[in-house]
Write a protein that binds this ligand. Sequence first.
Ligand SMILES: Nc1nc2c(ncn2[C@@H]2O[C@H](COP(=O)(O)OP(=O)(O)OP(=O)(O)O)[C@@H](O)[C@H]2O)c(=O)[nH]1
Ligand SMILES: [Mg+2]
Ligand SMILES: [Zn+2]
Length: 283
Amino acid sequence: MIGRIIYKKGPHLGVEVEDRTYIGLPKKRLRGRIFVGDLVEAEVVDKKHVKLLHLLPRKNLLPKPKVANVDLAVVVFALKLPNIDPLHLDSILAILEKHGVESLVVLNKVDLAEPQEYEQWRFIYENAGYKVVGTSVKTGEGLDTLREAIKGKTVVLAGPSGAGKTSLINVLTGLSLKVGEIGRHGKGRHTTTDITLLEAPFGGYVCDTPGFAKVEISHFVEAHELPKLYREFLRFGCRFSDCTHLHEPGCGVIANIGEKAGKVHPERYRTYRLLMKKLGVGV
Ligand SMILES: Nc1nc2c(ncn2[C@@H]2O[C@H](COP(=O)(O)OP(=O)(O)OP(=O)(O)O)[C@@H](O)[C@H]2O)c(=O)[nH]1
Ligand SMILES: [Mg+2]
Ligand SMILES: [Zn+2]
């Protein structure tokens, strides 16, 4: 039988097999190598336990939280309170690209921002090649679109503290996770490795542990990788295949910086240079 790992609590793995949840007992060679979201060949031992025999190939493995087979990362930033931080957002998007995880940009708290401010950010990220949804937990704007985008999928939310991730999960799923508290359980929360996939009423799973509330890009990405992790850069050709897009002659990225649709937006290029600098390249 095929089981899905739906939680990890301390040393215990919860395994869902045909709508029942068991504690998984991995074979020796699999110990420490199975993560939440993994699919495993399982054999029922008794009412409470299944033996985990074989790990099925995964489509991806997100490093933070450590979740396998993620269909969609919902990257939530507030437009206000706290203000959107494009360097943080672009760091997360680059890390997700590297790990082969599809992302959706959610601009939350549209009720607090001027419409033109929302439009400006939406343009930048749509132009970069991402799907963008503007939401408000207060007015309900965008929630149907977001629900439609996540249903049936294994979803991880990512983004800074206070952006509204827990509020969105609650309003979308009908769960009642504590708003303003998850992520603020003192130091424990950040050191715990417990992760649960919550089953959504509309199908699919939502991970309860938010990803990349803070992020140090150098822990996840190397300088030589970043040029390929800005999606829109891939539209343009450069003279050198290992172009850093910082100074080389014949760089198609630099030649196409501009605010018009289809170009590399100067705001994205700005964060790119800053991230390269953090990775030790350029000025
Ligand atoms: N005005 C407004 N406030 C919102 C909206 N969404 C969430 N909030 C408020 O923003 C605060 C933070 O929301 P949370 O859902 O706890 O944010 P979070 O992203 O889960 O934060 P952490 O758990 O710390 O990572 C709460 O006071 C929410 O009521 C929104 O769309 N509009
Ligand atoms: Mg939260
Ligand atoms: Zn280039």
